[in-house]
Write a protein that binds this ligand. Structure first.
Ligand code: GRF
Length: 203
């Protein structure tokens, strides 16, 4: 059984999809702790509703990365909770090598684009402005780069003629909520190998 920590900054709808999969018995995992870098993040409210341990992680003085004292504190918390897999779900900070070294190939992220296209922020707006006909979502292992680690699951969605950034993002989010539990099911089964950039899944 996977022992998860979920890190988020906002709404937590991806965490919700993981909770729902666990509660439905379709994902062999347990959420040990939910952490947010904003004290009033909705993801913490959702954790509370499901009786999950929630915690605010003060990441000061940094605004866009997780480093220094907060990173040390986080690693200590994750180890003491017995976490084996770290799930970034809308966590708006760059994680650094120290956390990655503490959980080698066990830190996952979800990105609302078909990587390697459109890493970084507002990727669905970038896809729309670029004139893409398909967009989508990627769940990947985290490495030292930005949205650049080996890909576990991808899902595509069409870009429609009358799409706005909001309607496209909403369509992508429906697939996010399928993709994250699917990726975690692969980790839970352990039927994969990482060969260079390729995550090879044995059915
Ligand atoms: C999602 O679009 C995810 O792909 C991105 O941030 C958003 C988080 O949404 N990394 P939520 O907090 O899970 O609802």
């Amino acid at each position: 059984m996977l022992k998860l920590a979920v890190l988020g900054s906002g709404s937590g709808s991806n965490m919700q999809s993981i909770v729902d999969a666990i509660e439905a018995g379709t994902l062999d995992a347990e959420i040990k702790i939910v952490l947010a870098d904003f004290p009033d993040a909705k993801i913490l409210e959702r954790a509370k509703k499901h009786n999950l341990k929630g915690m605010y992680l003060d990441c000061a003085p940094f605004k866009t990365k997780l480093e220094g004292a907060a990173e040390d504190r986080l690693i200590e918390i994750l180890k003491s909770e017995g976490v084996d897999t770290v799930v970034l779900a809308g966590f708006m900070r760059i994680v650094k090598p120290k956390l990655l070294a503490a959980f080698p190939n066990r830190v996952l992220n979800i990105h609302p684009a078909l990587l390697p296209a459109f890493p970084g922020v507002h990727s669905w707006t970038q896809a729309l402005d670029y004139g893409c006909k398909v967009a989508g979502v990627t769940v990947h292992f985290v490495d030292a780069g930005t949205d650049s680690g080996p890909i576990i699951v991808q899902k595509a969605v069409p870009v429609l003629e009358d799409d706005t950034p909001e309607t496209l993002h909403a369509r992508i989010q429906v697939q996010e909520h399928i993709a994250y539990p699917e990726a975690l099911r692969i980790l839970a089964k352990g039927n994969y190998t990482i060969e260079g950039r390729r995550v090879r899944i044995q059915e």
